[in-house]
Write a protein that binds this ligand. Structure first.
Ligand SMILES: C[S@@+](CC[C@H](N)C(=O)[O-])C[C@H]1O[C@@H](n2cnc3c(N)ncnc32)[C@H](O)[C@@H]1O
Length: 331
C-alpha cells in the first residue's frame, strides 16, 4: 500500500451512503465511475488516496478499480476483479465456499492458525488477533502478494504469508502438530483438466480434498481443530461415505456439513454457469463426458470439521504420516 492504509480503511469505514454506493460500484460491481462523481462522494483527498495506492486508475473521463475489495468478518480483502476469473493465476476473494467454511469455524483467542490455500489472506487475516498468530500458504505468488497488501490494509501484523504447495509437494514436517486451528479451502472442483489454480483439482478423483484433510490433520496439534471445504465422489448414495472413510478411527471427532449433493450434470452446469453461450454448453458437455469416463455419478460438497483428541497423539500421527507420504508422490 503506497498510500497510508489507515486513510484507505477510513474511507471504507465511514457510513456515508453516497460514499458506500460509489465504493460498491467501483470495487464490487467493477463499474467505471465518472471522476467528478467519485471525487464528490469520496471527499477531498479520498479519490487521490485510492489512486495513489494503486487501487484505482483513470480510464477516459472516469475511474475504475484494479482490484475487488470485499469485507470478510470485518477485514477488507482485496483480490482480483471477477472479470479476470478465467485466468490461470486469478486470485479469488471471499466467495460462497469461503462463507460456508467460515460458518463452521470457531475462532481461537490464543495460539497459532494455519490457512492452507490462503488466497488473498482471507482466513488468516480474520483469525489473527492479539495472542493469535496466523500463517497463510498459497502456491500462487500473486495471491501471496495480495495477502501482504491486505495485511497492511487491515493492520494485522500477526499474520504472515508464504508461497508453498500443500497438495502436490511432500508434506512440510515443520508444520506438523504446530497449530491450534487449521483451515483449508483447496482448489477442490472436479474439473476435467487443471486450468484455474484457484478452482481446479490438481490431483485425480477426489484426492485433492482427501489430501487436504490429511494435511490439516498433520498440522493440527493434539486437542486442536481443523476445517476443510471440498468436493468428493458420492457414487454409493451416502453423501458422507468418503469423509467417513478418510477419518476412520476413533482418534478424531468430526462434524460434517453438507452444502450440496448433485449429479455430474448438475455439478458440471453449476461450475460453468459464468461462461456465455455457446462456450457454456460445450464446457458443461465436456465436463460430463470426462466425469462419466471416470465413473463418477454423484458429487457432494461440504465442510469437514475435525477435533484431534488431546490423548492418543501417536496413533493419529502414525496413520497419517503413512498415507501423507504416499500422497506426496502423486503429482
Ligand atoms: C478456493 S481458493 C481459496 C481462497 C481463500 N482461502 C478463501 O477461502 O476464500 C483456493 C486457493 O488455493 C490455492 N492453491 C491451489 N493449489 C495449491 C497448492 N497445491 N498449494 C497451495 N495453495 C494452492 C489457490 O492459489 C487459491 O488461492
Amino acid at each position: 500500500v503506497r498510500a497510508d492504509p489507515v486513510h484507505i480503511r477510513r474511507l471504507f469505514d465511514e457510513a456515508r451512503a453516497d460514499r458506500a454506493r460509489v465504493l460498491e460500484e467501483l470495487f464490487q460491481r467493477e463499474a467505471d465511475v465518472a471522476e467528478t462523481v467519485a471525487r464528490a462522494a469520496l471527499g477531498p483527498g479520498g479519490l487521490d488516496v485510492l489512486l495513489e495506492a494503486g487501487l484505482l486508475q483513470r480510464s477516459g473521463g472516469g475511474v475504475r478499480s484494479l482490484a475487488r475489495i470485499t469485507r470478510f468478518h470485518g477485514q477488507l480483502i482485496a483480490s482480483d476483479r471477477h472479470g479476470f476469473r478465467r485466468h490461470a493465476d486469478f486470485v479469488l476473494g471471499p466467495g460462497p465456499s469461503s462463507h460456508a467454511l467460515a460458518s463452521a469455524v470457531r475462532p481461537i483467542s490464543r495460539g497459532r492458525v494455519l490457512d492452507l490455500g490462503c488466497g488473498p489472506g482471507t482466513f488468516a487475516l480474520w483469525l489473527a488477533r492479539d495472542g493469535v498468530d496466523a500463517l497463510g500458504i498459497d502456491i500462487n505468488p500473486r495471491a501471496v502478494e495480495f495477502a501482504g497488501f491486505n495485511r497492511r490494509l487491515n493492520g494485522r501484523s500477526g499474520a504472515a504469508f508464504s508461497v508453498g504447495d500443500f497438495l502436490t509437494a511432500p508434506p512440510d514436517p515443520s508444520l506438523d502438530e504446530s497449530f491450534d486451528l487449521v483451515v483449508a479451502n483447496p482448489p477442490f472442483v472436479l474439473a476435467p483438466t487443471s486450468e484455474l489454480t484457484y478452482r481446479d483439482r490438481p490431483l485425480s478423483g477426489d484426492d485433492t480434498t482427501r489430501v487436504a484433510v490429511e494435511r490439516v490433520l498433520r498440522a493440527v496439534r493434539p486437542g486442536g481443530r481443523g476445517y476443510i471445504v471440498g468436493s468428493w465422489i458420492d457414487n454409493v448414495g451416502r453423501w458422507d461415505a468418503a469423509p467417513h472413510r478418510w477419518l476412520r478411527g476413533d482418534d478424531v471427532r468430526a462434524a460434517l456439513t453438507l452444502i450440496s449433493s448433485v449429479s455430474t450434470a448438475e455439478y458440471a452446469a453449476s461450475w460453468n454457469r459464468d461462461l456465455s453461450e455457446p462456450a457454456r454448453s460445450a464446457a458443461t458437455a465436456a465436463w460430463c463426458l470426462a466425469l462419466e469416463a471416470e465413473g463418477v455419478t454423484r458429487i457432494s460438497t461440504g465442510v469437514i470439521g475435525i477435533q484431534r483428541s488431546a490423548r492418543r497423539a501417536n496413533a493419529i500421527r502414525a496413520r497419517f504420516l503413512r498415507s501423507g507420504a504416499a500422497a506426496g508422490t502423486r503429482t
